[in-house]
Design a protein around this ligand. Structure first.
Ligand SMILES: [Zn+2]
Length: 138
């Protein structure tokens, strides 16, 4: 019960992020509807190779997944793993804690990694490290 309340509070708190995520997911999904499946509240959008410019751009960047609020978008096919979904779901949990400040906090964590620690913006980002650890848990 308490967990459900916390989940809904986080969901509402990160609603601005989720709205942006849905717009992005819809943009991806519209051009390749047969490759799309949605599971509320974590819609999973499969990306196909012959889709829109946006999808081809996504494919060329070799991004396995992304999340924005409660929306998780993953690349389907051989590269899709449960680990990717767990990683992205952890970003959703982070977004539920930081709400509309998640984006700025993520950028600040990346800048901290680069400027203070002299490391990579993405790999040394505290949010990414946390998501990788969460994805490795059984
Ligand atoms: Zn990540």
């Amino acid at each position: 019960m308490k967990r459900d309340v916390l989940w809904w509070l986080g969901f509402v708190w990160s609603l601005p992020n989720t709205a942006v995520g849905y717009l992005f997911a819809l943009a991806l999904a519209r051009s390749c509807p047969k490759a799309t499946s949605a599971y509320w509240p974590y819609p999973r959008v499969a990306i196909c190779r012959d889709g829109s410019v946006l999808q081809r751009c996504w494919m060329s960047m070799r991004i396995l997944g992304a999340s924005c609020g409660a929306v998780v978008v993953v690349r389907d096919g051989d590269s899709f793993t449960e680990r990717t979904l767990k990683h992205e779901s952890r970003h959703t949990a982070q977004s539920f804690v930081f709400g509309p400040f998640f984006g700025p906090a993520y950028v600040l964590a990346g800048l901290w990694a680069v400027i203070v620690r002299g490391e990579n913006f993405y790999y040394a980002n505290a949010f990414e490290i946390d998501a990788r650890r969460a994805a490795e848990r059984p």
